[in-house]
Unconditional design. Structure first.
Length: 286
């Protein structure tokens, strides 16, 4: 049984249906409770998941109580314009190499966390998120998946005015407000995902389907991204890669549509589950 690892109250848990099983307890201390230790131990977690039928759950799963499945990665890397449909809707040329930016790790949030809106120009971007399990530099494309721990769903929430301000624009701040990176609901082992290159991916906003595509529309595949990034920097266990969003973002609509307080963002990827995040207004400055 492939492992699905979540973060419940700061402890790593295996999730099966509506039940959570504490990893440290289930492994009798062989595995630590720290969720950040899990990406490097996915093979052991796959074995541990095979014992769930005979184990007692620790707690029920409450999505709003879950934290980000990878809470404190050394790097959170974003890829821009990585779906053909998204490039077309923005009028951009197909990039010849991956367009890379950073999100600060403080932007990460749980799969049921509120998205705090700093403005009226905040946009949605559902994405397949890759989590590195085995680090390395200059990783060949043909061996790239052996360095991947698994996958989860992500929302690369974006404040568009801040993102595009400046000449040239610099994306990092517009992508890095607190709560702008919900991920989850769990880190799902490679063994549970038959083909990451062809998964259904969608986003629903307050009942309206705003994005619906497949990861086969990616310009640069997961192996290509891992190889490219590791050619520049050493990838480390727990590093998070947001792999780009399909067509359907708010800024590309006519008229543009952005997130508003009271909206619910539902992000789904085949085999990985779903996230539900409510949008709330930012509190007034003190």
């Amino acid at each position: 049984m492939p492992a699905r690892v979540a973060n419940l109250a700061g402890r790593a848990v295996l999730v099966e249906g509506d039940a959570a099983y504490d990893v440290a307890t289930l492994s009798q201390g062989r595995l630590p409770p720290d969720p950040m230790a899990m990406p490097a131990r996915m093979a052991e977690l796959d074995e541990l998941a095979e014992t769930l039928a005979d184990a007692e759950p620790t707690a029920p799963v409450d999505a709003r109580a879950l934290g980000p499945c990878v809470p404190h990665p050394a790097k959170v890397i974003g890829i821009g314009l990585n779906y053909r449909g998204h490039a077309a809707e923005t009028g951009a040329e197909i990039p010849s190499s991956p367009l890379v930016f950073s999100k600060f790790s403080s932007a990460l949030a749980g799969p049921g966390a509120d998205i705090v809106l700093p403005s009226e120009s905040t946009d949605w971007e559902v994405e397949l998120v890759v989590v590195i399990g085995r680090g390395g530099r200059h990783i060949p494309e043909e061996r790239a998946l052996s360095h991947v721990a698994g996958y989860c769903i992500g929302q690369d929430v974006s404040e568009r005015v801040v993102q595009w301000s400046g000449k040239p624009p610099q994306f990092d701040l517009g992508k890095s407000y607190d709560t702008f990176g919900p991920i989850g609901p769990a880190l799902v082992s490679l063994a549970a995902v038959a083909d990451p290159l062809d998964l259904a991916i969608s986003c629903e906003l307050s009942g309206d389907t705003v994005q619906s595509s497949r990861t086969s529309d990616m310009i640069f595949s997961v192996p290509e991204l891992v190889a490219h990034l590791s050619g520049v920097c050493t990838l480390e266990p727990g590093d998070v890669i947001f792999t780009g969003t399909p067509a359907g973002v708010g800024m590309a609509r006519a008229p543009a549509r952005f997130l508003a307080p009271g909206d619910e963002v539902v992000s789904r990827i085949e085999g990985l589950g779903e996230m539900r995040n409510r949008c709330v207004a930012a509190p007034a400055p003190a």
